[in-house]
Design a protein around this ligand. Structure first.
Ligand code: HEM
Length: 403
């Protein structure tokens, strides 16, 4: 079977204004599309239908641990060697390592533990809303959606909040790197982030506190449960996954409400709809565009296509969530949609650990926002809004609103 030509440019200027059209064509025309990665333009494979996404995420022939690949295959996709200091985390691991790493933190993110954070999340949200200039306008991403989840995860981990501008810059460079062959900015970011985490861990080791990082340090000291690199990687993963996605759930969710004023009014009149409204935001404009990467260890036939050994494959969750085979009228944004079995948190053993936390944050944030600001509206022409580049995140660059 020969490789199909690249018929889908996921990173064209048109796709940045309207990413959904290209996936609609992909779902119709093929089951596994060959595309080029956004930065280094290396071939990779994308699954776009709902059922095929479920199948890929449950297929253990596709591995997550990239260190099982030949070095040249790994470096084709992850060009910066230094990343090895922060990427030994559960999302890049297969069982049994995955099972060990996940079980170390799973208790901290259960529904019950997360529910206990409700008063604190509400207080942070209220404080952010009170800081809005009266009668003015703000970039909602900057002033609201970004600081809320970052504050929550930083407090859980014990990471100093005054360093938030640095996390943001580093995370953006790592998740939406510019299309360039110059690897220096990426390398510099990885080294700075790793050094920062190392210093933070050293301080915590000397003076443990009542936070998740101190509990993880205790596990590391027991020897066989967590290596030093795994510890740094765990804190890195939780810090990045714990805010970047929820930022975009809140921003995209408010964007969807502003685009559909009837749904916004409905939610304002009936705040108890927030639970199904957040599920519909996750489906309609969820923050994860593609899953993280999986790899074929050997030539692997999948959905009628051979994925060559060492190549990368992903599923588009954005596309799966708009598959008309699964969702009636998928382009309709309906905050009461039932059933709504979206795939925004993934499928299988890597199902999002933070799902209860991000759901709770989004419910509190969006309900308080729409209740407090009855005149909330977009402050720019909708056509001027741009979606970020990058494989992973489906997020707007900014969301200027007036109120
Ligand atoms: C709306 C917000 C969020 C979305 C849409 C989301 C989505 C996802 C998805 C799709 C995966 C699986 C990726 C794959 O299989 O390739 C995942 C994994 C993960 N997420 Fe989230 N996430 C969100 C928020 C969070 C938060 C707040 C945390 C904080 C703890 C978190 C921590 C994780 C971790 C640790 C994993 C890896 C789980 C594993 O490998 O077993 N996420 N997330």
């Amino acid at each position: 079977m020969s490789a199909p030509a690249h018929r889908f440019d996921l990173w064209s200027p048109e796709a940045r204004v309207d990413p959904l059209s290209i996936y609609a064509r992909m779902r119709r025309e093929t089951r596994v599309a060959r595309v080029l990665s956004p930065t280094q333009q290396v071939p990779m494979w994308v699954v776009s239908r709902y059922r095929d996404t479920q199948e890929l995420l449950k297929d253990a022939r596709f591995i997550k641990d990239r260190y099982k690949l030949a070095d040249e295959d790994r470096l084709r996709y992850f060009r910066v060697e230094e990343i090895g200091q922060i990427d030994k985390h559960m999302l890049n691991a297969d069982p049994p390592v995955h099972t060990r790493l996940r079980s170390l933190v799973s208790q901290a993110f259960t529904m019950r533990r997360v529910e206990a954070l409700r008063p604190r999340i509400t207080a942070i949200t209220q404080r952010l809303l009170e800081a809005f200039p009266p009668g003015g306008s703000v970039d909602l991403l900057e002033a609201f959606a970004f600081p809320l989840p970052l504050t929550v995860i930083a407090e859980l981990l014990g990471v100093p909040l005054e360093d938030q501008d640095r996390f943001r810059e580093w995370t953006t460079t790592l998740l939406s790197p510019p299309r360039s062959s110059n690897l220096e900015p990426l390398r510099k970011t990885v080294v700075q982030f790793q050094q920062y985490l190392q210093d933070f861990l050293d301080r915590r080791r000397a003076e443990p506190q009542d936070d998740l990082t101190s509990a993880l340090l205790a596990a590391e000291e027991q020897g066989d449960r967590l290596t030093p690199v795994e510890l740094t990687s765990m804190v890195f993963l939780l810090l990045v996954a714990g805010h970047e996605t929820t930022v975009n759930l809140v921003t995209n969710g408010v964007w969807a409400l502003l685009k559909h004023p009837d749904q916004l009014e409905r939610l304002r009149g009936e705040p108890s709809l927030i639970e199904s409204a957040v599920e519909e935001m996750l489906r309609y404009c969820g923050p994860v565009r593609h899953t993280t990467s999986r790899f074929a260890l050997e030539d692997t036939e999948f959905l009628g296509q051979v994925i060559p050994a060492g190549q990368m494959i992903m599923a588009s969750l954005l596309s799966a969530n708009h598959d008309p085979e699964q969702f009636a009228e998928p382009e309709r944004f309906d905050i009461t949609r039932t059933p709504n079995r979206h795939l925004s948190f993934g499928v299988g053993i890597h199902f999002c650990l933070g799902a209860p936390l991000s759901r709770l944050e989004a419910m509190i944030a969006i309900n308080l926002l729409v209740q407090r600001l009855p005149r909330l509206r977009l402050a720019v022409e909708p056509s001027t809004l741009r979606w970020r580049t990058g494989l992973l995140i489906h997020g707007l660059e900014r969301l200027p609103v007036a109120f």
